[in-house]
Write a protein that binds this ligand. Structure first.
Ligand code: DAH
Length: 345
């Protein structure tokens, strides 16, 4: 028996493991019982050379202490485990469930629908793969209008290998749903047409080859430009706050006459001028106008009896303003770090 033996046993004791009371008892018997390793070392003490007795004795006492401490520690661990197991709620699901979040574009789209539904608008939907007639023809686009150009519009090939443009295309705006509604319903009509649209554009922070629009259409007897203005003012205040101002600038769309573009007072700086509104205090959010009588007639609505207004806005644009998102691409990248930020919305 020598001091090295004590060292090796001390190492073994440090590594002692026990997963159950039975295993712990085995360890106690092996090291700490009357017939255990440590007791036999004490038995061998008398045979140790006199000059080594002091060191040997100290080491042996230390070993006994370490063994007892490790044993107590393991005992505590086993008891804690047992207590935890007894307290466990076996009816709980094993993993916490990570809830998904609503996409910011869905949130904004739904808010637009909610606001207009409070003044009587319902939702109408139409196909994303459309024909020329519904996207352009019935909306008073001249045959040579640049929007029909292949630069803007994704045309669908009729047959594989044929490159020539056909009259089947991906809709470039949700105004196409207007024509579908007007050809199937008679006034009064008060609809919102939300949906995805496609344009053949290079993808950047400010443009994408697909985005989302909400179109609005109101047709009845005696609908005037004042009704349009009031409906849009109501929308702007509900969406961006009571202090929001609007301004209408003359513009041109083939399907409305007169046509306008609507700006709201910049909701980032409150109209005082900032980088977002290019120091003008105003930001454009939609196009609108009185439905051109030609459009009403081409859809089978008597333009001498009825008049109406229409407007169209980009959902991404509204979301940009509402949440200060500067890069459009974030909306379609599905990066959860971005999407999770809308958890509380
Ligand atoms: N369709 C237009 C676009 O995609 C938006 C628009 C402008 C819709 C004026 C309308 C309107 O209904 O009256 O840019």
């Amino acid at each position: 028996m020598n001091i090295d033996n004590i060292q090796a046993i001390a190492e073994d004791i440090k590594r002692m493991q026990a997963a159950s009371p039975e295993e712990l008892e085995q360890l106690r018997l092996k090291y700490l019982s009357k017939k255990g390793v440590i007791a036999s070392l004490f038995g061998a003490f008398r045979d140790v050379a006199a000059e080594q007795k002091k060191e040997f004795g100290q080491k042996l006492n230390l070993l006994k202490q370490q063994a007892q401490e490790r044993f107590d520690q393991l005992k505590e661990e086993i008891e804690a485990q047992k207590e935890k197991a007894e307290k466990q709620d076996l009816t709980r699901t094993c993993d916490s469930i990570a809830l998904g979040t609503r996409h910011p574009l869905s949130l904004v789209k739904e808010e637009i629908i909610n606001i207009f539904s409070r003044i009587g608008f319902t939702v109408a939907e139409g196909p994303e793969v459309e024909d020329d007639k519904h996207v352009f023809g019935m909306l008073n686009f001249a045959p040579e209008h640049p929007a029909r150009d292949m630069q803007d519009t994704f045309f669908i090939e009729k047959e594989k290998g044929i490159q020539k443009p056909t009259d089947i295309l991906l809709r470039t705006h949700t105004s196409s749903v207007q024509t579908r509604v007007m050809t199937t319903q008679q006034p009064p009509i008060r609809v919102l047409c939300p949906g995805r649209v496609y344009r053949n554009e290079a993808i950047s922070a400010r443009a994408h080859c697909f985005f989302h629009q909400v179109e609005g259409l109101y047709i009845d007897k005696n609908v005037s430009f004042a009704d349009l203005r009031q409906a849009l003012l109501y929308f702007a205040k509900e969406m961006f706050g009571e202090n929001t101002k609007i301004r209408l600038r003359p513009s041109y769309f083939p399907f409305t006459e007169p046509s306008a573009e609507m700006d709201i007072s910049c909701n980032i700086c409150g109209g005082t001028g900032c980088g977002f509104c290019k120091q003008t205090g105003w930001v454009e959010i939609l196009g609108c106008g009185m439905v051109d009588p030609n459009v009403l007639e081409s859809c089978g609505i008597d333009s001498k009896v009825y008049s109406g207004f229409a407007f169209g806005m980009g959902v991404e644009r509204i979301a940009n303003l509402k949440y200060s998102v500067k890069d459009l691409r974030l909306f379609s990248e599905n990066d959860v770090r971005f999407l999770e930020q809308f958890e509380a919305c």
